[in-house]
Design a protein around this ligand. Structure first.
Ligand code: CMP
Length: 137
């Protein structure tokens, strides 16, 4: 089933000059960028995006980190895009990520874990609408 997912290349991966490698992996897996922007998120934008984690102990650190430098936000489209991207990313904690995944290659810690990807259909819809409201009609 053709679907869309939202991906973020996080500040640590941008600093390491891994943007090109990560986008190449998306393209080779058949999930193609249909929208893309690079910007430094404000703290409040990061808080809004991760509102679902508001009660978690790591919320403040996570949102400060996400606002600490430029990120690349993408909408990817392809067959089973959500799961395809989750498989490409690997486990949240790079130490547990399978060899060959983006987080194994570029992640440094559970916070600096290189990329974000929507985890379900409803989350993808919310996340795409959050950054690209013009795409959700
Ligand atoms: P992400 O897929 O962007 O979604 C939420 C993020 O919270 C996650 O990646 C991690 O980078 C971050 N995070 C920080 N600490 C933790 C933790 N202890 N458990 C889960 N996620 C964490």
């Amino acid at each position: 089933m053709k679907e869309r997912t939202l991906a973020i290349i996080k500040p640590d991966a941008v600093k390491k000059h891994a943007i090109g490698d990560i986008i190449r992996r998306y393209e080779e897996a058949g999930i193609h960028p249909i929208a893309l922007k690079m910007s430094t998120l404000s703290k409040s934008t990061a808080e809004g995006f991760y509102a679902v984690h508001k009660e978690r102990p790591f919320y403040n650190d996570l949102t400060s980190y996400m606002a600490s430098g430029p990120v690349v936000v993408l909408v990817l489209e392809g067959e089973n895009a959500i799961k395809t991207n989750r498989d490409l990313m690997g486990a949240t904690d790079p130490k547990k990520a399978e060899a060959g995944t983006i987080r194994a290659a570029h992640g440094a810690s559970i916070e600096e874990n290189a990329v974000h990807g929507s985890d379900a259909t409803e989350t993808a819809q919310f996340e795409i609408g959050f950054f690209f409201p013009e795409l959700n009609s």
